[in-house]
Write a protein that binds this ligand. Structure first.
Ligand SMILES: Cc1cc2nc3c(=O)[nH]c(=O)nc-3n(C[C@H](O)[C@H](O)[C@H](O)COP(=O)(O)OP(=O)(O)OC[C@H]3O[C@@H](n4cnc5c(N)ncnc54)[C@H](O)[C@@H]3O)c2cc1C
Length: 346
């Protein structure tokens, strides 16, 4: 969101040993204890103007093949690898599975935090393992996907903020170029077009990746040119009965069936339907092409309070109209480095 932030100090970590060394010193220096805050690419955080914390920045690099058969390949990726570059690298190598998550900003170590997802896929579909440091006990842990307790835009890491530092992520990718997930939204049409242009009757995973890049570039503002943190609100999950009742008033409401008689509602549709496309509280307003994205149009440096005011106005309007509570997706960071996630009024 391009909110200016000044932190007490920043520690760049280029390998795991550095973290061990830093934490030993940190534990010994009981006099000057400051809170710790882990920051990767900064694309999903709302930072305060002054952060009274030590910022740890995991920037370890490297991609290693761990195991390979004809059908699959296991890789381990260090936290500091750029996520989109990793997607392009794997697809180019003929290792498939991550293609639907192309063009999501940020670094690989942050991807498990909210179980990044897009176009019918979530990180947990390919993730095998996570190596993470438990900051309070100063111990390393090798965690399985089950240990991470993934959920929609959620994980055990997200529920225990400032407790873990992820240093590596393991993936199992496949080598079957006929296996694609292209049924979501307009991906099928664009991927099919892309395949046809290249003389193929069916899209390959590379075609799906190119289609998703094209769709995202058209729909989402580039944070470098128009500051934003992607989807600002999560798609709310409501009881199927409530969705059916809403459908009788709003036949075009968009929802996706979920387990346990629940329905995931398209938050962008709700915002648009409430007449808030392009609306908000200046300088923070929703994007004209994608109502779910809040953009920062400040001619001066906007603050977290500007974002909070726009969030409250939009969420309150949606609640009044549909009786649906919207939750914020990006991470709200307080001055002492603590984190507020779900709260509606900030
Ligand atoms: C234009 C745009 C589009 C986006 N599209 C999507 C999308 O389609 N799907 C989606 O899921 N997200 C999307 N996002 C959100 C964002 O890209 C992801 O959440 C991404 O994983 C954040 O990565 P980051 O490196 O910037 O993390 P940061 O913003 O630096 O950190 C996010 C959180 O993770 C914690 N964290 C970061 N790294 C680590 C680590 N190594 N160990 C422990 N904790 C850590 C931080 O403390 C913070 O709480 C989008 C964002 C933008 C700006």
């Amino acid at each position: 969101m391009a909110l200016a932030c000044l932190a007490d100090s920043v520690v760049i970590l280029t390998d795991e040993v550095q973290l061990d060394a830093f934490m030993t010193n940190y534990a010994e220096d009981t006099k000057h204890h400051k809170p710790l805050f882990v920051l990767s690419g900064g694309s999903n955080v709302l930072l305060p103007a002054k952060l009274n914390a030590i910022v740890l920045r995991p920037q370890m690099r490297g991609i290693k093949v761990i195991a390979q058969t004809d059908a699959y390949i296991d890789i381990e990726v260090m936290a500091g690898e750029n996520w989109h570059d990793l997607v392009v690298y794997t697809v180019t190598k003929g290792w498939y599975g991550l293609e639907n998550l192309a063009l999501i900003p940020g670094l690989t170590g942050a991807a498990p935090i909210q179980n990044i997802g897009a176009y019918g896929m979530q990180l947990e579909d390919c993730l095998q393992s996570v190596r993470a440091y438990h900051l309070p006990s100063r111990t390393w842990h090798d965690l399985s996907a089950v240990d991470c307790e993934f959920d929609y835009r959620d994980s055990m890491f997200k529920r225990q903020p400032n407790t873990w530092l992820i240093s590596r992520v393991g993936f199992r990718l496949h080598t079957d170029a006929t296996k694609v997930r292209a049924s979501y939204g307009d991906v099928q049409i664009v991927a099919q077009d892309y395949a046809a242009q290249h003389g193929r009757s069916k899209p390959t995973p590379a075609d799906v990746m190119h289609a998703i890049i094209e769709i995202r570039q058209q729909k989402l503002p580039d944070p470098k040119h128009l500051p934003n943190c992607g989807s600002f609100f999560q798609n709310p999950i409501i009881p199927q009965a409530q969705f059916t009742a809403l459908q009788s008033y709003y036949p075009t409401i968009v929802g996706y069936p979920m387990p346990d008689a629940m329905t995931k509602v398209a938050a962008g549709w709700l915002i648009e339907q409430a007449g808030l496309k392009g609306g908000g509280i200046a300088p923070i307003v929703t994007h004209q092409q994608q109502a779910l994205v809040l953009t920062n149009h400040a001619p001066y440096i906007a603050t977290k309070q500007d974002v909070a005011a726009a969030q409250k106005y939009i969420a309150d309007t949606i609640y009044e109209k549909f009786a649906i509570q919207l939750s914020r997706e990006p991470v709200w960071v307080n001055t002492n480095g603590s984190i507020g996630y779900k709260e509606h009024v900030v």
